[in-house]
Design a protein around this ligand. Structure first.
Ligand SMILES: Nc1ncnc2c1ncn2[C@@H]1O[C@H](COP(=O)(O)OP(=O)(O)O)[C@@H](O)[C@H]1O
Ligand SMILES: [Mg+2]
Length: 289
């Protein structure tokens, strides 16, 4: 592994171009892990829905060109008039890209495949790592009081590319879904290294909000071994809530619904509701400190 995991950021930290990180609402959480298929999108959708169900005002930002968060929330491609791509190339304001969903208090800025070309297009721009942070800062300026989001969840692509860096530069904290499988810890050390680099260069206040273990299978001895290992390695950073492997969770996106809407009573929905409560509780503790 090379030393620099980050894309080349020479000249990117132009102070004039950087909006100050907001410490009050909204809380911006980047749902990140460079591995694919670990539950990032599922967590963004369902944690977002659970937070909205509890009364929070939530914005999901789809930063994966695959657009699975958008599809999973029932946003068809035809209605994605403006996407996060348009926002990050500074063609539209973030507010113009935001769509409502079927869930009250849950909005989304959808993505399209254009986003996969973004890195090349803005590679020489001095503010390339801060496009999302700046867009969010302008959104906050424009909104007042009740209108403000209390949580922004950024669904990252499965890579440590410029999109993920934009998410980490904009975020207050990272939320890491970790699949209960053999190589879970291996990817985690690389992710932590990246967070350290972003903290050193782009966003000194960035923290790890927590690690959520996903796709836990109680019939599989390996799953419980992974839980024990990750808890030993990461201690209190690991949320108490574990998301079980649950077929209802995997069925829900094909209906364009979060699992909480698809089947509120299933164990998957219950787990994401518990996670939301825990995230809010952790927020309170972090603010108190
Ligand atoms: N707890 C779970 N139980 C069952 N299937 C899950 C669970 N979490 C995610 N999945 C499924 O696993 C696949 C990968 O999840 P996804 O959230 O898209 O991962 P990522 O965004 O990290 O690539 C999807 O098909 C999703 O429906
Ligand atoms: Mg995804």
């Amino acid at each position: 592994m090379t030393d620099t995991i980050l894309p080349d950021l020479a000249g990117a930290a132009d102070p004039i171009a950087i909006a100050p990180a907001k410490t009050t609402a909204p809380r911006i959480l980047a749902v990140a892990n460079q591995k694919g298929g670990v539950g990032k999108t599922t967590t963004a959708i369902n944690l977002g829905t659970a937070l909205a169900a509890i009364g929070e005002r939530v914005l999901i930002i789809d930063l994966d060109p695959q657009g699975n968060a958008s599809t999973g929330l029932g946003i068809d491609r035809k209605s994605r008039h403006h996407s996060t791509y348009d926002v990050l190339v500074n063609q539209v304001k973030l507010r113009e890209a935001i769509l409502t969903t079927a869930i009250p208090r849950l909005h989304i800025a959808p993505s399209t495949l254009d986003l996969s070309g973004l890195e090349l297009e803005i590679s020489t721009a001095r503010d390339r790592a801060f496009r999302l942070r700046n867009a969010l800062a302008r959104l906050n300026e424009a909104r007042a009081g009740d209108e403000e989001y209390s949580y922004v969840l950024v669904d990252c692509p499965p890579s440590l590319n410029l999109l993920t860096v934009n998410a980490m530069a904009a975020a207050n904290a990272i939320l890491v879904p970790l699949q209960c499988e053999f190589f879970a810890l291996e990817g985690l050390s690389q992710l932590i290294k990246t967070v350290d680099q972003v903290r050193a260069t782009l966003n000194p206040d960035l923290t790890i909000h927590g690690i959520v273990l996903t796709m836990y299978d109680s019939r599989n001895r390996l799953s419980s071994q992974v839980v024990a290992d990750v808890r030993e390695f990461m201690g209190r950073k690991v949320y108490d809530t574990i998301i079980p492997r649950n077929v209802r969770i995997s069925e829900a996106p094909s209906y364009g619904k979060p699992v909480l809407i698809y089947d509120l009573k299933c164990v998957g929905s219950e787990a994401y509701l518990r996670l939301a409560t825990e995230v809010i509780q952790r927020e309170k503790e972090m603010r108190a400190n």
